[in-house]
Write a protein that binds this ligand. Structure first.
Ligand SMILES: Cc1ncc(COP(=O)(O)O)c(C=O)c1O
Length: 486
């Protein structure tokens, strides 16, 4: 067995024997029976699952090894642009583990679920306060499912007006889930080009918006980390043609307490609790993508809704005939919602605003310190993230991928790469507010060292990463033909 030491002092053993089962090993002792044995009809037992026999220590070591091969926000800086990989405070975990929450069965009647219902109700109120949009559902399980919910609301709204529409405007900087969500609802997406400042041009929207267009999906701040400063004018153009404005609020971490999305003309918006509100990012879930809408669109939100009338208990209400229906079992990923509630309550309104201010400050600090080293296609004040390209390093045949892989050897998770598509060889850095100045400086120093290596020792980049368990993966093959064991 070969062992090497990683940058953070972790031991990466390779190869790890994957199949560890040994017949007869046990990891669990059943308590001694204290009731009479009841005869069991063998035919209902079946053959049982084919699990390997493992001891407790086998299982613990296996999962501990896997966790050491992983890199998380608890291991170091994780500046993955557009993903807001901020630190997840451990108090959130404590609240989510309270036995009253973990033991609550989702089919309990309303009168036995008052605490859980109140938490959902209050969380919806807090998210309404953060966004300025009064009606909220916390049911969708991801940002992308929030987008789908929003597109269903667009569809239901236009249908209710007696004029279903077929198209949705989507900027060229949008996340890929935006056109996918629109397409799932049967809308054709119409790409809108951003201007030379990296934002949307009202004249452009004016030329595209017509009475067959259901509305626009705008990410604000956008994926270049730039504020869509023409949003009010754009919303007016869309509304004047009878359309709706959808805001992809995945980047809300930059503007909490500073921008009222309703005042900027937004009708529907989704948030990613696993970004802005510090809940864990799972491997594709479970997350939460609450959707916030104007009062006029509330009737279309998914059921059940949590309601509370004066002097009455909290209850789940199903009687919403215009609702787009149900998006998730029960009321969404409840454990995640408890964590977001815990985050909001422990921060308070003032600190949420401060978090956004610091997130923006940190991104601008990185931008200013690296812009003489890395090409910065849009040299303007940024919001939560800044987007460079590999243009300068390309002269030495070094690409964004090489830079990202080498960064891992300096102990950092790579930034988002090759997105947004409008920047060739994009390097999209989102430090978040939870990194201190020392860590930002260490990251900047690593990026500058990598740039020097580009000229002085390019093999260090092209052969990176040498330290992690796996080196360069064929990501397409890994997605198409995943090898899940060994
Ligand atoms: C701008 C933007 N919109 C939408 C999404 C989709 O969110 P989710 O990953 O929660 O489905 C993302 C995810 O990274 C995003 O960055």
């Amino acid at each position: 067995m070969k062992a090497s030491v990683g940058t953070k002092g972790l031991i990466f053993n390779e190869p790890l024997l994957w199949e560890k089962g040994v017949d007869g090993r046990r990891g669990f002792s059943m308590p001694t029976r204290d009731v009479d044995e009841a005869p069991l009809d063998e035919s209902i037992r079946g053959d049982g699952p084919q699990f390997p026999d493992l001891s407790e220590v086998d299982v613990v070591r296996h999962y501990t090894h896997l966790s050491q091969w992983n890199f998380g926000v608890d291991s170091g800086m994780y500046p993955l642009g557009s993903c807001t990989m901020k630190y997840n405070p451990k108090t959130n975990e404590r609240q989510a583990a309270l036995s009253g929450f973990t033991g609550a069965h989702p089919l309990l009647p309303d009168q036995l679920s008052q605490g859980a219902l109140q938490l959902l109700y209050d969380l919806e109120r807090y998210l309404a306060a953060v966004t300025g949009l009064p009606a909220v559902t916390v049911q969708p399980a991801a940002g992308s499912q929030g987008e789908l919910t929003g597109m269903l609301v667009f569809y239901a709204y236009h249908k209710s007006k007696g004029q279903p529409r077929t198209k949705v405007l989507i900027p060229d900087t949008a996340h890929g889930t935006n056109p996918a969500s629109a397409a799932l609802c049967g809308f054709k997406s119409v790409a809108v080009k951003s201007n030379e400042k990296g934002i949307l041009d009202p004249a452009n929207i004016s030329g595209l918006m017509d009475e067959d267009t259901a509305g626009i999906m705008v990410t604000n701040p956008n994926t270049l980390g730039l504020f869509e400063e023409n949003i009010i004018e754009i919303a007016e153009i869309v509304h004047n043609k009878g359309g709706l404005v959808y805001a992809d609020g995945a980047n809300m971490n930059a503007i909490m307490g500073m921008v009222n999305m309703a005042d900027s003309g937004v009708d529907v918006l989704h948030l990613n609790l696993h970004k802005t509100f510090s809940t864990p990012h799972g491997g594709g879930g479970p997350g939460a993508g609450p959707v916030c809408v104007t009062a006029a669109l509330e009737k279309f939100l998914p059921v059940p809704r949590v309601v509370k009338k004066e002097n009455e208990a909290y209850s789940l209400s199903w009687n919403h005939p215009d609702s787009v229906g149900r998006l998730h079992a029960f009321y969404g990923n409840f454990g995640i919602l408890v964590r977001a509630y815990s985050y909001i309550r422990s921060m308070g309104a003032g600190n949420l605003k401060k978090a956004s201010q610091l997130a923006v400050l940190n991104a601008n600090y990185i931008k200013e310190n690296l812009k003489d080293t890395y090409d910065l296609p849009y040299d303007r004040a940024c919001m939560h993230e800044c987007v460079f390209s590999d243009k300068n390093q390309n002269q030495y045949n070094i690409t964004t991928l090489d830079i990202a892989k080498r960064l891992m050897e300096y102990g950092f998770h790579p930034p988002t790469i090759y997105f947004p598509l409008v920047v060739h060889g994009a390097i999209m850095i989102e430090p978040t507010e939870t990194e201190c100045k020392n860590d930002l400086d260490a990251f900047i120093a690593a990026m500058k060292a990598i740039d020097r290596e580009t000229r002085e020792n390019p093999e260090l980049l092209t052969e990176a990463p040498r330290i992690p368990k796996v080196r360069r993966l064929d990501e397409t093959l890994a997605a198409r033909k995943p090898k899940l064991a060994g």
